[in-house]
Design a protein. Structure first.
Length: 193
């Protein structure tokens, strides 16, 4: 069976606030030009706390079940002089060993294909120091984590213009099938700045 690539076009943007006005939820709805698929990007901003939640919902109206193999669910972009990535590895009894490295041109990938045991050796969270190493009391640091990672892949890319991109890709050892008409597949990435 051939795999199809969706070509999504902007359908609508729906900004809104919560009742207390402290949280802003923005929905960006993208629809495929040919297939009955839609992707909704959600951005929930907590202004007082400097936290942004970002997640994606994928829905379809196909007559038959579909299988999702590979999809991206979040993306960050920055332009700074340098970037320092802090990631975490470990095993039973030695969890959350911190590793920090300066990112150069190219792509750094952190991933796990262990499914329900995905946090056994690597952790789907990171800190990114902008212009300097992550410091507890100074500097600018962005942190991110996945709420329910499963199998996951985080890619961090710096290009020759020092433009930074980070995206979360859902990689599936066992593709999601039997997604019935109208069903929703959620992904989630929470960021704090």
């Amino acid at each position: 069976m051939p795999m199809e690539i969706l070509r999504l076009n902007l359908f609508t943007i729906a900004p809104g606030n919560t009742a207390d006005g402290r949280v802003t939820l923005t929905k960006i709805i993208l629809k495929d030009k040919y297939y009955p698929f839609s992707v909704t990007l959600f951005y929930k901003a907590y202004g007082n706390e400097n936290i942004i939640e970002q997640w994606t919902e994928i829905t379809h109206q196909e007559k038959k079940d579909v299988t999702l193999y590979n999809f991206f669910s979040g993306q960050l972009a920055f332009r700074q002089a340098s970037y320092w990535l802090t990631s975490f590895t470990g095993n039973w009894g030695t969890e959350m060993n911190m590793q920090e490295e300066k990112l150069g041109n190219g792509i750094k990938v952190i991933e796990s294909k262990l499914g329900v045991r995905s946090n056994q050796f690597g952790h789907a969270c990171f800190l990114l120091g902008l212009d300097s190493k992550s410091e507890e009391e100074s500097g600018t640091v962005v942190g991110g984590t996945l709420a329910w990672p499963g199998s996951w892949k985080l890619s961090f890319e710096v290009d020759v213009r020092q433009t930074f991109g980070c995206w979360r890709e859902s990689i599936l050892c066992f593709p999601i099938h039997n997604k019935t008409k109208g069903s929703i597949h959620d992904t989630f990435l929470s960021l704090y700045y």
